[in-house]
Design a protein around this ligand. Structure first.
Ligand SMILES: NC(=O)c1ccc[n+]([C@@H]2O[C@H](COP(=O)([O-])OP(=O)(O)OC[C@H]3O[C@@H](n4cnc5c(N)ncnc54)[C@H](OP(=O)(O)O)[C@@H]3O)[C@@H](O)[C@H]2O)c1
Length: 340
């Protein structure tokens, strides 16, 4: 038996507290922790779908990031706190996005502080989006801190500053990881969009620009390595292969063989950029989210956002695998669960 209900291979005797456990990345992390013999305590909202973790040995703490007493009992005595809960612009308005990512993180830190040294290392999942390559550079690293674009990056950047302060002057032990675009089964946003671009006759177009694609299992490795080997106060990019959209879509189509769409049109960068101001206006007038959400994000969607994970490799022992490694399981999931 595999997955959340499999027997652990050993017992670490350690407890992990996880926020965001019911999300894409959190579910994969919890499955790995259980398989490695951790006790897993996880936050979920009353409305959360526990998905593949339902019926597992996860001990649930029902509440949210704004429920101090529940957060305190979640982290109290935990050897590791993995704070993954967050929200993106697809699912909430900008104020909520900023508040959940920034103030929600402040509340997790407050809960750890209140436990007075009885809580182990906090590993915070931010985003690579708070970094961008400098003009003329091909890749961004941890030092390339960028002016945030939009509420999501603003919230994450503010949360990172709180973490840094907690680790450097607040006496806490905390590490920040920055995943790039995470690919794998169970994702409701990026993965099905990328697969649709490669596989669906109704989506014969791809975006200009490029991105770093990392398999979800590689990010889980990175989270555990950051816990074990990271230096408190440090930041680590957890990236994967840097690919243009065109190359990514071609490689997926090649792998899927035969069933894929072969003649795709690249959406011109000027068209995506022109859509930015329109989306901004529609959003302001109708209170509905239209992608790209703003001019700044239209610029991002057409750029090459490439990242290096050299620091995580050197200091943590982090390694990522090529896109093809992740395709069989992910395409099978997409065809079964997304396309039905
Ligand atoms: N996926 C990526 O490509 C990517 C890349 C870089 C960074 N990240 C970061 O990695 C983390 C996990 O991403 P993901 O893709 O797994 O996201 P996801 O699938 O959207 O999951 C988000 C999780 O956060 C929880 N959550 C949201 N608001 C909450 C609140 N107010 N109180 C408590 N829990 C709340 C959700 O609970 P419900 O189940 O109740 O909704 C869910 O468990 C996020 O912080 C994200 O910003 C993701």
């Amino acid at each position: 038996m595999t997955g959340a209900n499999a027997e652990p291979t050993s017992d670490t005797g350690k407890t992990a507290a996880v926020t965001g456990a019911t999300g894409f990345l959190g579910t994969h992390l919890c499955e790995r922790l259980l398989a490695e013999g951790w006790d897993v305590h996880a936050l979920c909202r009353p409305s959360s779908d526990r998905g593949r973790l339902a019926g597992s040995s996860v001990e649930w703490y029902v509440g949210d990031l704004f429920d101090g007493p529940t957060l305190r009992s979640l982290v109290d005595g935990a050897d590791a706190v993995f704070h993954l809960a967050g929200v993106g612009l697809w699912s909430a308005d900008p104020d909520t996005v900023r508040r959940v990512n920034r103030d929600g993180t402040a509340n997790v830190l407050e809960a750890c502080r209140a436990c007075d040294g009885d809580t182990g290392r906090l590993v915070f999942t931010s985003t690579a989006g708070t970094r961008r390559p400098r003009d003329g550079d091909e890749f961004a690293d941890e030092t390339d801190i960028a002016e945030p674009i939009g509420a999501y990056q603003e919230g994450k950047a503010a949360a990172e500053r709180l973490l840094d302060r907690y680790a450097r002057t607040g006496g806490g032990d905390a590490v920040t990881v920055h995943p790039t675009s995470v690919f794998g089964p169970g994702d409701e946003s990026f993965t099905p969009q990328l697969l649709a671009m490669a596989l669906e006759p109704t989506m014969p177009a791809h975006l200009p620009g490029g991105l770093s694609i990392v398999g979800v299992d590689d990010v889980v490795d990175g989270l555990l390595l950051a816990y074990e080997n990271g230096r408190s106060g440090d930041h680590y990019i957890l990236g994967g292969e840097n690919l243009t959209y065109e190359a990514a879509v071609d490689r997926i189509a090649d792998h899927a063989d035969g069933t894929a769409v072969r003649s795709r049109v690249r959406v011109p960068a000027t068209a995506v950029r022109a859509a930015g101001p329109v989306a901004e206006t529609v959003g302001a007038v109708t209170n509905r989210h239209v992608f790209p959400f703003s001019r700044g994000m239209a610029r991002l969607a057409t750029s090459r956002l490439f990242y290096t994970s050299r620091k995580a490799n050197r200091d943590l022992g982090y390694e990522y695998r090529p896109l093809e490694t992740h395709l069989p399981e992910t395409i099978e999931w997409y065809r079964k669960e997304v396309r039905g």
